[in-house]
Write a protein that binds this ligand. Structure first.
Ligand code: AMP
Ligand code: ZN
Ligand code: FE
Ligand code: FE
Length: 281
């Protein structure tokens, strides 16, 4: 099994990188990618935990914003973790997440919701990429909502009056940064319409021209119709098709390996990176 998209406590997952790798080993996964939001701080402990035959793909899920304000997630895999342009872009996005969270909290406070930035900070591991799931956890502690999922149904979703976007690179810029760092770029859950406004089919032509390598087709937030549309875009533009769990530990229902990538597709994708950077024990 090849699972190319997972999160840890370095962003909004609930397993540490060590726990994630141990879980992949216990489940007998062949290949696991660690892709925290806008961060690579989990790479080193994931590498240290590696044993047996498990192959580790180092990556990140880069938050992007189109000129039209549509939120897009770009998976960067197999890139050089010492590339300064990419590291700087990730750091900028992490920095932008604090004022963004403050704005969301101000909107909630104005409506009488009992929540503060220190509640959010108390709900997240030190140094993690701050995100809405941490705000959800803080709201659970404050008994405003019962679960993360309940939070995302209304208060926290992209169409909510409390939603604020944070500054981020455009998808084209993110692809260019990933490719310039020697990695491969796979657009994550592009047709997950339940999350909010999504790209148009025609947008993929520009992404391909910028260097996009693949499309995440099999993902729990995309229904059959959405997956079929993505399949046809991928075959028209000769893009690799992936599937993955987007595992977040107990932070989401997604279980590790619930969607996987075909070995032949992974082979194609890996060959597009400028070096074979899969880590083995
Ligand atoms: P942010 O990066 O702060 O905009 O928050 C987006 C994160 O929220 C992504 O990692 C999503 O995986 C997560 N998310 C979206 N919907 C849900 C949900 N229903 N339950 C838990 N997390 C969610
Ligand atoms: Zn997440
Ligand atoms: Fe995502
Ligand atoms: Fe994700």
């Amino acid at each position: 099994m090849i699972d190319l998209h997972t999160h840890t406590t370095v962003s909004d997952g609930t397993d540490t990188p060590t726990q994630l790798v141990n879980k992949a080993l216990a489940q007998g996964l062949e290949t696991l990618a660690i892709t925290d939001h806008d961060a690579i701080a989990g790479w080193s402990s994931a590498i240290q935990t590696l044993r047996g035959d498990l192959k580790l793909v180092l990556g990140a899920e880069i938050s992007c914003l189109t000129a039209e304000g549509i939120s897009v997630h770009m998976l960067g895999l197999l890139f050089d973790g010492a590339n300064s342009a990419l590291l700087e872009a990730l750091e900028n996005t992490r920095d932008e997440r604090l004022p963004r969270m403050r704005k969301m909290i101000e909107l909630m406070q104005a409506d009488g919701i009992d929540i503060s930035i220190s509640d959010v900070e108390a709900a997240m591991p030190v140094g993690a990429t701050m995100g809405r799931p941490h705000l959800a956890d803080a709201l659970v502690t404050k008994k405003v909502i019962k679960t993360r999922d309940e939070g995302f149904l209304e208060l926290l979703n992209n169409d909510s009056k409390y939603y604020v976007a944070h500054l981020a690179p455009t998808p084209v810029d993110a692809i260019k940064l990933i490719r310039a760092a020697g990695g491969v770029a796979v657009i994550a859950h592009p047709f997950a319409s339940m999350r909010g406004q999504i790209l148009q089919s025609s947008d993929f032509v520009d992404l391909k021209a910028a260097g996009l390598n693949g499309i995440e087709v099999n993902h729990r937030d995309q229904n059959n119709e959405e997956r079929l549309s993505l399949l046809s875009i991928a075959s028209d533009l000769d893009l690799v098709m992936t599937g993955s769990s987007d595992y977040h530990g107990t932070g989401k229902l997604n279980s590790l390996g619930e969607n996987v990538t075909d070995p032949a597709e992974w082979e194609r994708l890996e060959a597009m990176a400028d070096a074979r950077r899969v880590v083995t024990a």
